[in-house]
Design a protein around this ligand. Sequence first.
Ligand code: 5RP
Length: 221
Amino acid sequence: MKQIEQKMQAATQALDFIESGMVVGIGTGTTVDLFIDRLPTVRHKIDAVVASSERTAQRLTGLGLPVVDFNEIDILPLYIDGADQCNHLGQLIKGGGGALVREKVLATAAQLFVCIVDESKTQKVFGSFPLPVEVLAMARAYVARSLAKLGGQPSYRHGVVTDNGHVLLDVAGLNMHEPIALERTVNQIPGVVGHGLFATRRADRLLIGDPQGVRTKRFKF
Ligand code: 5RP
């Protein structure tokens, strides 16, 4: 089964988490796009949606879904997003699409975070996908040197400015055997706005599309 079909299965299953009257947070990426395309089928249940990026907001608006500013929301019952990698604990690497900072805000605020992936995203130990780090433009070189001291090889994502007006470094080679410790260490570098290691706030449910169907992993009961 092709990767896109696996993504589509996981995206379709995620619709089941939407309950009547809900405000739903929506992530960014090709897997989430497939989820968004199916949202009109459950439109009657949705009170409002909150977008993790301008790209997602445009797509939602184009389908007639009521996009609201996150500042207007007190409680976010559900957040649905994809990932670049996930491990057996539900921890994630995100940010391939560059929306990682807003994604982490929404995932952390949400009462339930459902992550939708295809089986190519599953890894026992992180490391093959470089860690995306959003950085203040004026601190790019300083942050890159600091990440190199941690053993990383940062590369500047040329020509990309995030929705928040910052730049991105993709960092290969970091030792990711202790994701929570690394998440904290990178957070503490001045100039780092955020990064794509979701270790403290991991997924509550992982829906993994594979050739047999969708496997669901629960990390919050
Ligand atoms: C965007 C993300 C995406 O969830 C991640 O890049 C996965 O994307 P895709 O569904 O296209 O494989 O973190 O910032």
